[in-house]
Design a protein around this ligand. Sequence first.
Ligand code: SAH
Length: 502
Amino acid sequence: MSGIVYLVGAGPGDPGLMTRRSLELIAGADAILYDRLIPAQALEDARPDAELRYVGKQPGAAALSQDATNELLVELGRAGKRVVRLKGGDPFVFGRGGEEAEALAAAGVPFEVVPGVTAGVAAPAYAGIPVTHRDAASAVAFVTGHEDPQKPETALDWDALARFPGTLVLYMGIKKLPLIAERLTAAGRDPDEAAAVVERGTHPGQRTVVDTLAGIAARTELAGMRPPAITVVGPVARLHDTIAWLERRPLHGEVVAVTRARAQASGLARQLRELGAEAVETPAIRIEPRPLAGELLTAVQRIGDYALVCLTSPNGVRLLFDALAETGQDARALAGATLAAIGPGTAAELERRGVRADVLPDRFVAEALVEVLESVDVQGRRALVARAAEARSVLPDALRSRGAEVDDVALYETVAEPLGAAERADLERATYVTFTSSSTVRLLLESGARPPDGARVASIGPVTSATAEEHGLTVHVEAERHDVVGLVDALTADAAQRRVSA
Ligand code: SAH
């Protein structure tokens, strides 16, 4: 069987800008040869048995020469493999994809080219700079400043670039900027023309500076801009001032650590990202289901006997339904009971299974659930509280004091999930560390990790805050509404306030 090589663009960094075709090919590849500037999550869906190989340049040195890369592609293709050659941006825009395609064509190895979103268009777009504009630019030139560093003179025709009637988009190392700006103005480009530099375009920490062509190098240096960066020369660069959008998001520039279990992290992480934050998952805990045996098994088998069933987390709902299924039951087993959910996340998880909660408090702590349950007559009736092993006893105690016969059973236990090296490094960069339960606080600190100095601690509610303070943390932000939405709101308000006072 003959193999095939796919020359695939992975886009400029935002994983959302990867094409469907690229994701499909990555998921099916036998081997993936990738470069440095691909999105961090790009290889997540690769097959576990796929051969992953980094062939990009290390700053200063090449990991593998271009000839060696070409040969490797040919070799793998001939060996019958499905090979993805994954590159940042577009493979044919300063990506040496042309040379690789030539080598494959010469060797008679079948190949396909999958274009990507190029940084020269995407980084300006994310900075609010359209590379063409009806009034300001009818042409655009893509230019590389990455000429052979050994050559004193680059191969660029500076006179032609100075005269070019449109936007110049420069892909290059930022160190070359003073030289390039000087060459352009020396060749006659207007020193007062606008110019912009976009650092880490489309990434959560993207930064942009705008100045004149004469001033852009100094401005870039002053701001401490680092590669990768795109430089735009042309009047369109000024539009950053009016139509920048990414950098104006309320949490832009913030790195927010999410300490809750990985299985629960995505909702919170997504909301934070939509507001512009870089959300990093640093899970301190993991949910460990209790075996379906003993009093848990008895409670599930006799679930129809309870007049009241209380659920205190989305995990609890999920595991209770798993247990129902394992005992040959389904949602109908809950038909006779009054169902109480502690908050909207728990209620939503029930609703997803076709069951609506009868009782839902407006604050999402056990005490509030106790209050609203006052309206339910529990005297002499059986109640089930199904929840985490380590949960507080507020709810069962209150129900018992009102004459209910309460079974308090643990569906799961929250156990420590020690952070790996990459997660520790992410935690160190955090500007906010979020805690969504006491167990996340306790288990993170017990594992030896801590919010870094200077990071702000954001807690979902008073119980979590108290645990954090007992452990010597200062809580800077506490949600008024004790759920994920409330936490995100409080964090956003805090960030806005700090921006005003800064
Ligand atoms: N094939 C790529 C370009 C490779 S050349 C593409 O089509 O985008 C590498 C240069 O691209 C970097 O030096 C930098 O100038 C630019 N670049 C790549 N990713 C970038 C990003 N996210 N933000 C800004 N510039 C980027």
